[in-house]
Ligand binder design. Structure first.
Ligand code: SF4
Ligand code: SF4
Length: 116
């Protein structure tokens, strides 16, 4: 039988094949991501002002909605165990997060895994 953590991971991350849902890529890279036009359009359509207010005028994510300062780590990364983290906006996360790891990274994530 699957543990609660296993079920949570399955429900909330639906990780790509081989992804360990360790969250390391998000911890390392989430301070310098940009939202795409598609992301903005999707979030507007869904009325997700909580996401839109975390995008600055140049498209950088994620920022503090009050100070507009860029954040060191994505506020939607939810640490559920020491080496397990989930994306709390998985279904509508930014395109750049969906695309990771890209051909630029040779399709290989920070953990050295081919995840697709
Ligand atoms: S670093 Fe790799 S294994 Fe860890 S969450 Fe990112 S893609 Fe998955
Ligand atoms: S939106 Fe989700 S996938 Fe993207 S950096 Fe944040 S936690 Fe990671």
């Amino acid at each position: 039988m699957k543990s609660m953590t296993g079920r949570l991971k399955e429900l909330l991350t639906t990780p790509k094949d081989n992804c360990l849902a360790c969250g390391e890529c998000c911890r390392q890279f989430s301070w310098h991501l940009k939202a795409s036009e598609n992301d903005l359009e999707r979030w507007r359509r869904l009325g997700r002002n909580d996401l839109l207010e975390r995008v600055n005028r140049l498209g950088w994510i994620w920022v503090d909605p009050v100070t507009a300062e860029r954040l060191p780590v994505c506020p939607f990364l939810e640490e559920i165990e020491p080496d397990t983290a989930i994306c709390s906006i998985h279904a509508i996360k930014p395109d750049i997060c969906r695309a990771y790891p890209t051909a630029e990274q040779y399709g290989q994530c920070l953990r050295g895994l081919q995840v697709k």
